[in-house]
Design a protein around this ligand. Structure first.
Ligand code: ATP
Ligand code: MG
Length: 256
């Protein structure tokens, strides 16, 4: 798996440049973090990477093939390989569906996919959802519940279970813990880290919180006003060559 972003720019209008010649690469098995303050262009980047927003200049390739927002067939293939977890898990779940049906949406959309955990097993759709719930640390009794009957952290776990169902080669998370209280944030981060290790999953983790990013990711990219101002391996976090803005973030996060 490789995702290559090359000098991608995005304007919402003449006065708003949300992304300015962004370049970076994500390779198999890596956890790459993008950190930046509110308005720095993080969600715009996530949307552009998912083909939900167009971009003006530059190129994005996934496994060597360009991601063109207009080409539906290419996008379908890509969507199968790339799953997303959003900040607002409540909005991502259909309130009218029991949890197990929401979890099954990706597998229902991509019937041609048989994930490795289903190989050789003859499970009903609901049993499949229950297996996925267990993977994210939720009891199978949650399968029958509705989103309104779950806490924020439980809903975020459900979103993760759903995203993992088709074994994506890349998982993009945009502020997946921002709406949760601190202890639940820690649980979700541990869960993601655990899954990343166990499944050798590739994660692009987007957050305003440098602490979360450095907990989960080995590669860190710092975004400011739509530009990448710093990009480094976690082991170089405290290197003297860090950009002054990165140093300010380190100080603000009290992890110096
Ligand atoms: N649909 C839109 N139309 C016009 N401007 C937009 C639109 N979406 C975002 N912007 C602007 O683009 C810039 C980047 O927004 P974006 O949502 O990507 O930031 P962010 O880093 O995700 O912020 P946050 O941490 O608050 O979620 C901001 O200046 C924002 O006002
Ligand atoms: Mg955002």
């Amino acid at each position: 798996m490789s995702l290559v972003i090359n000098r991608v720019s995005k304007d919402y209008s003449k006065s708003v440049t949300a992304l300015n010649a962004i370049s970076f690469q994500v390779n198999s098995g890596e956890a790459v973090g993008i950190v930046g303050e509110s308005g720095s262009g993080k969600s715009t980047l996530a949307k552009v990477l998912l083909g939900l927003e167009s971009y003006k200049e530059g190129s994005i390739t996934f496994n060597g093939k360009p991601i063109a927002p207009k080409k539906r067939s290419l996008l379908r293939d890509y969507r199968k390989s790339v799953q997303m977890i959003f900040q607002d898990s409540a909005g991502a779940l259909n309130p009218k569906l029991p949890i197990w049906k929401s979890i099954m949406e990706p597998l229902d959309n991509f019937k041609e996919v048989t994930p490795s955990f289903l190989a050789g097993k003859n499970l009903s759709r609901k049993e499949t959802a229950e297996v996925l719930l267990e993977r994210v640390g939720l009891d199978k009794q949650f399968a029958e519940r509705y989103p309104r009957e779950l806490s924020g952290g439980q809903k975020q776990r459900v979103s993760i279970a759903r995203a993992l169902s088709i074994e994506p080669s890349l998982l993009i998370c945009d502020e997946p813990t921002a709406s949760l209280d601190v202890t639940v944030q820690v649980h979700i981060l541990h869960l993601l880290k655990d899954l990343q290790k166990k499944m050798n999953m590739t994660i692009l983790f987007i957050s305003h919180d440098l602490r979360s990013v450095t907990f989960l990711c080995k590669k860190v990219i710092v975004l400011r006003n739509g530009s990448i101002v710093d990009q480094f391996e976690l082991s170089e976090l405290y290197h003297q060559d860090r950009h002054p803005y990165t140093k300010a973030l380190i100080q603000a996060a009290s992890i110096q």
